[in-house]
Design a protein around this ligand. Structure first.
Ligand code: F6P
Length: 350
């Protein structure tokens, strides 16, 4: 059997570990041919973006960030008859089954393609950890560790200069990275998309802390956090909006809310404030041991599902057990942070 594998959406550390696991078990245990499809779904819309993978091609990639198959945010359903084109091309390339490694968007496409009869299995990835149906996506642990390290470094300079430091981390719809790195890094306030906050409340927390004798503060903010600069009650809040274009899945490009927040804090409290935007640093480089192991387990589980002909499923982690759920259960949803985690973070606010 000829099985294709693609990586779609934003890259993250651990993608190569999945590819390696699929190729290794697919070839040595099941005797399959594994083909790499380049640039996500784009590779199934265009000719010449598929290559055979062998053990040599995946040797030495376990620890490498990014994806040897490259990625894109191409949505085949934005192309006329895109779904049928994917189907025809799979036939043309001789691919009987497909493993799609991606976040909510890539897996949403996989779910739609499955309804068109394509034999597909999904693997959840994203530094944002917001794919529903799984406790963890790989990439998240690495991003949190990078963000925690940055917060630690920002801490010492904040103390030296008696400054408020705003650290902006990724997290488009959810605050998983912000909450985890903020708790681990000892943040004095964490702002996330799930918990809109008025700027007055932000400043009150910081002032309260400084009244206690502290002369520096660390504020962690997720790029998608909602901060209101006006309005008295939550129903009247007017949030900071940044228009930086949409991708093919209709998502706004974020980044920069930390700069606005930093300016507002300084203006309203009089405390000297600086900001840092971590951006793509969180997505680059080597995966942590946790992510390498999780990605490897997912890769092995994905090719096992293919072998069992259990298509239309996404591999997932429940507790410490690898399992699978229908792709149709996860499409067009995001997993918000756990309330309990927020309540823990809140103990340390102000
Ligand atoms: O993959 C998730 C993510 O890193 C989000 O946290 C972020 O908003 C987005 O991707 C950035 O996407 P792009 O790589 O298209 O700029």
């Amino acid at each position: 059997m000829k099985v294709g594998i693609l990586t779609g959406g934003g890259d993250c550390p651990g993608l190569n570990a999945v590819i390696r696991a699929v190729v290794k078990k697919g070839i040595t245990v099941y005797g399959y041919e594994i083909w790499g499809i380049f640039q996500g779904w784009k590779g199934l819309l265009e000719p010449n973006l598929t290559v055979p993978l062998n053990l040599d091609k995946v040797s030495g990639i376990l620890h490498r960030g990014g994806t040897i198959l490259e990625t894109s945010r191409t949505n085949p359903f934005k192309t006329e008859n895109g779904g049928d084109l994917v189907k025809q091309n799979m036939k043309k390339f001789g691919l009987e089954a497909l493993i799609a490694v991606g976040g909510e968007d890539t897996l949403g496409v996989a779910a739609q393609l499955h309804t068109l009869g394509i034999k597909v299995v999904g693997v959840p990835k994203t530094i944002d950890n917001d794919v529903v149906g799984t406790d963890y996506t790989f990439g998240f642990d690495t991003a949190v560790n990078i963000a925690m390290d940055a917060i630690d470094r920002v801490h010492t300079t904040a103390e030296s200069h008696n400054r408020v430091m705003v650290v902006e981390v990724m997290g488009r719809h959810t605050g998983w990275i912000a909450i985890a790195s903020g708790i681990a890094g000892g943040a004095d306030l964490i702002l996330i998309p799930e918990k809109p906050m008025h700027i007055d409340q932000v400043c009150d927390y910081i002032k309260k802390r400084h009244e206690r004798g502290k002369d520096f503060s660390i504020v962690v903010i997720a790029e998608g956090a909602k901060i209101a600069l006006s309005g008295k009650r939550e129903q009247e809040y007017q949030y900071i909006v940044q228009e930086r274009g949409l991708d093919q899945f209709g998502h706004v490009r974020l980044g920069g809310i930390g700069a606005i927040l930093s300016e507002e804090i300084e203006k309203r409290t009089g405390f000297e404030t600086r900001y840092v935007i971590l951006g793509y640093i969180q997505r680059g480089g080597s995966p942590t041991a946790f992510d390498r192991v999780l990605a490897t387990r997912y890769g092995v589980a994905a090719i096992d599902l293919v072998h069992k002909k259990d298509f239309g499923k996404m591999v997932c982690l429940k507790g410490n057990k690898i399992s699978s759920i229908p792709l149709s259960d996860i499409a067009k949803k995001t997993k918000p942070i756990e309330e309990e985690l927020y309540q823990i973070a809140e103990v340390f606010f102000g």
